[in-house]
Design a protein around this ligand. Structure first.
Ligand SMILES: Cc1cc2nc3c(=O)[nH]c(=O)nc-3n(C[C@H](O)[C@H](O)[C@H](O)COP(=O)(O)OP(=O)(O)OC[C@H]3O[C@@H](n4cnc5c(N)ncnc54)[C@H](O)[C@@H]3O)c2cc1C
Length: 413
């Protein structure tokens, strides 16, 4: 039996965890011991069972009494002994759902962190809303703080979240399709929108704050913490969404444009499995005009005008000569884009956390649209709203609170 968490194959590499791998994700170190403890306590973990509904005594009243499950097309109902806890992990993967929070988050924002391994399809929120639950903390989803919507760390692939590269051998590599080109120096490229226009200082990041150590030192209960907050106001998503004006909500794809010299500087290999040309997340051409013409894929709503791209690159190259980016303030642009072949690599914002979800109280009980507790229903983690914090601390604390309170409920009759 495997007992060392480092022995568990990492989902993105299919290899054991390598402590020297900068992309190591140590979540298994948290989850595997919890799994072992749960199994020891007699918990039956039913993999590949999908919760599809939550039942109350009456459709919109009374105690929660159980759930419906789908297992490869076979539907079952399970009666709750004490309570039901929604911990389905959020809603970023559900386009209609996330557009309730921000209509601009249309289908081109398809590079969800965690996908193609783990979707956040809002199934928990939808099932709870069906029995009267309310949403909560909706502003947190797109508020200009935190890492809910991020700049990609790798380009030329659909899933470019900064901290995860999918490698051949991973069980989901057939869906990820490419590793991506990790960007070491954003001076090596420019970012253009669907129309071939720059919109941003490429070396800037995305919103920060509300992550571990972003307020340091931190004094519990003190408003003075705001003075110590490391807030990064760079608005990658807002910049990416701006300036299209074609009557749609989303800003369309963002493309990283670079040349052969950049490939050499970054030591990239712009071919499969590093880039995803087949699905339209990477293009190459010998001229910039041809490159613009080649950018045809399902999220590119309008053709990129070749002249726009040509003009954008010429203007950027003039900034390199002048040593100053008078459009977006990129600190001293370093390199011209001049030596063919030229490349266009997908670099569209990546949706990360869900920060809005079901309304819960301090006991993690789900609350309905009238502010009344739904008896026997709890929620924690990314499916819960009203607590704007990145990641595991929120999920772990709320899971603990919800679990403790659910366990203290009397048995459902
Ligand atoms: C790539 C990546 C890197 C991250 N790095 C960090 C980090 O370094 N530090 C940090 O603190 N946080 C990090 N996070 C965030 C953190 O992983 C999440 O906030 C946390 O896992 C959320 O926990 P959760 O229990 O709410 O949901 P999840 O961990 O998403 O779990 C939800 C579970 O419910 C299952 N599920 C969903 N719907 C159903 C259904 N209808 N029926 C049955 N099961 C269902 C899912 O398959 C999943 O197993 C990262 C996230 C990602 C994606």
């Amino acid at each position: 039996m495997q007992i060392d968490v480092a022995d568990w194959p990492m989902v993105h590499t299919a290899r054991p965890a390598d402590p020297n791998d900068p992309e190591i994700r140590a979540g298994a170190g948290l989850i595997r011991p919890l799994e072992t403890a749960a199994r020891k306590a007699g918990v039956d973990i039913m993999l590949e069972h999908r919760m599809t509904a939550i039942y109350r005594e009456a459709p919109n009243s009374g105690r929660v009494i159980g759930i419906a499950l789908d297992h490869n097309g076979v539907v079952r109902n399970i009666r709750a002994r004490k309570a039901v806890i929604v911990a389905t992990g959020g809603s970023t993967g559900n386009i209609n759902f996330r557009r309730m929070f921000d209509p601009r988050l249309t289908e081109e924002y398809c590079g969800l962190a965690g996908m193609p391994w783990s979707d956040q399809d809002a199934s928990g929120e939808l099932a709870a809303m069906d029995i009267g639950a309310s949403l909560w903390g909706l502003f947190n989803f797109t508020g200009e703080f935190g890492s809910g919507i991020t700049k990609p760390g790798a380009i030329g692939c659909q899933y470019g979240y900064v901290n995860v590269r999918w490698h051949p051998g991973s069980a989901v590599f057939d869906q990820a399709r490419a590793i991506g080109l990790a960007v070491k120096d954003w001076q090596d490229l420019i970012l253009v929108n669907m129309l071939g226009r720059r919109f941003y200082d490429e070396t800037a990041g995305h919103f920060g704050y509300n992550t571990y150590m972003s307020a340091n030192p931190y004094e519990p209960h003190s408003y003075l913490n705001a003075k110590n907050a490391k807030y990064n106001p760079s608005n990658f998503i807002n910049a990416a969404l701006a300036g299209i004006g074609d009557g749609h909500n989303g800003g369309g794809p963002i493309w990283a444009i670079f040349d052969a010299d950049a490939v050499a500087r970054e030591q990239w290999r712009p071919a499969p499995p590093h880039v995803d040309a087949d699905a339209g997340f990477f293009f190459t051409a010998d001229t910039l005009e041809d490159l613009a013409r080649k950018i045809v894929m399902k999220y590119q709503r309008v053709p990129m005008p070749p002249k726009n791209l040509l003009d954008t690159v010429a203007r950027y190259n003039s900034f390199v000569d002048a040593g100053k980016d008078t459009d977006f303030g990129k600190p001293k642009p370093h390199y011209k884009i001049a030596r063919p072949p030229f490349f266009a690599a997908w670099a569209t914002p990546v949706l990360h956390d869900t920060r809005a979800g079901l309304r819960i109280n301090a006991r993690c009980q789900v609350v309905d649209i009238n502010g009344t507790v739904i008896p026997g229903l709890y929620c924690g983690g990314e499916s819960a709203g009203g607590f704007s914090m990145h990641g595991l601390p929120r999920a772990i604390c709320q899971g603990f609170i919800a679990g403790r309170n659910a366990a203290a409920e009397s048995d459902v009759r």
